[in-house]
Write a protein that binds this ligand. Structure first.
Ligand SMILES: [Zn+2]
Length: 396
């Protein structure tokens, strides 16, 4: 087993339990940062402030010439990457295990890490910042203090590589594999023509290595995002400015709503990328291999009920029912309430579900009429046994 996989086997050494769900706040992150602040090799700096005056902190580590800039949680409710960064900090601060991995990074690279770009959004578990701005659409207008900071830091550091770290909806699938895209990767385009220069090609090559590492742990659960150019986004512009930029998105995985397994895969994605940059192993890769990663498609429901026999107005008919799990943040801002919503109806034979039930020989009771975009309220029976009961959106 190679040392990266061995590290994954020993992940408990580095999983930072101070951030153990998606709802941690700026004050929790500060605790994590305080624990590395005084350690040898780490440099911390209050780089700027959010609209509500929360600090945004830049950590640097390493002595090598290749500069890598990582930033997370531009979208306040996309917390997976910040958890993985906390784990990365624990890994970097270890002095015992896996020394050769750290030495390779330390000698060849300097990491610049900016976790939780949007602390005000994280405070209320919201995508946007306190001014209602989507920071990742603010590269050009520069109306958010967070976006101004991120852009100025790139200009100041002028990194060779950038990692733009996000979460995506769990509805994304890894092409037609039938699996969710647990991790999605993209080397964003720097122009409308989707040209590939050396800067973008290097990002693609690193992604090929990251994908290979992920395939060992989660085969066929990796997707490649569509590379349509978004002129307002940071990744696209950083690529254009000469930083080989890699987007990593955390998606869904079976039975992992709180994303604690996904966080580990996210860590593996980041670290395999960093290691390939440190060892320059990406330089042997062909860019064409990037395009063999299946393109993301939105094909996943949380529950897919196939072949449901229904009756309405005296007409019998069969249809598939796709349910998605809607989440609403509770007043405590530290938990969500889930409810199943009817997301689609009809022939969904090309779609997939995290849970699937073939209802061909089952009977279904609509406690409330099944209607698009309404809360699901159904009971499914096999004979007189209840197989699935969803009451007012909640599984009993
Ligand atoms: Zn995002």
């Amino acid at each position: 087993m190679d040392s990266l996989n061995l590290l994954l086997e020993n992940y408990h050494l580095y999983q930072d339990n101070r951030l153990n769900d998606r709802f941690f706040k700026h004050s929790d992150l500060i605790q994590v940062l305080d624990s590395v602040r005084e350690l040898p090799g780490f440099h911390l700096r209050e780089a700027g402030f959010s609209a509500e005056k929360r600090s945004i902190n830049l950590i640097s580590w390493g002595t090598g010439p290749c500069k890598i800039f990582l930033w997370s949680q531009m979208h306040g409710d996309e917390a997976t990457a910040t958890m993985a960064i906390a784990d990365l900090l624990l890994f970097l601060s270890d002095t015992e295990e896996f020394r050769e991995l750290r030495e390779s990074i330390n000698k060849n690279c300097t990491l610049f890490i900016l976790p939780m770009v949007n602390p005000d959004g994280a405070e209320v578990f919201n995508r946007r910042n306190a001014l209602g701005i989507d920071i990742n659409r603010d590269f050009i207008h520069q109306q958010s203090p967070e976006g101004r900071l991120l852009r100025s830091l790139r200009d100041e550091i002028n990194p060779h590589f950038g990692f733009n770290l996000h979460d995506q909806t769990t509805a994304w699938s890894a092409g037609n594999t039938g699996n969710p895209a647990t991790i999605s990767l993209l080397a964003p385009a720097y122009d409308q023509e989707l040209n590939v220069n050396t800067v973008r090609a290097n990002a693609m090559k690193v992604i090929v290595i990251m994908n290979s590492a992920l395939q060992e742990s989660i085969p066929e659960h990796v997707g490649r995002f569509n590379d349509e150019h978004e002129p307002r986004a940071f990744g696209d512009n950083f690529q254009g400015a000469g930083t080989s930029t890699i987007l990593i998105e955390a998606g869904g995985y079976h039975n992992d709503l709180e994303k604690q397994f996904i966080r580990k895969m996210f860590f593996k994605a980041m670290l395999s990328g960093i290691l390939s940059i440190a060892g320059k192993t990406y330089s042997d890769v062909k860019t064409e291999d990037y395009f063999t990663i299946p393109e993301n498609k939105k094909l996943h429901f949380d529950i897919l009920l196939r072949n449901c026999k229904l009756q309405r107005n005296g007409i019998s008919y069969t249809q598939d029912i796709g349910l998605t799990l809607d989440q609403k943040i509770n007043d405590d801002r530290r938990s969500v309430t889930y409810s199943y919503i009817v997301a689609d109806l009809g022939d969904l034979s090309d779609y997939f579900g995290y849970e699937e039930l073939n209802c061909e020989f089952l009977s279904i009771t609509e406690t409330r009429k099944i209607e698009l975009e309404e809360v699901a309220d159904v009971i499914i029976y096999e004979g007189t046994n209840i197989l699935l009961s969803i009451e007012n959106g909640v599984v009993n």
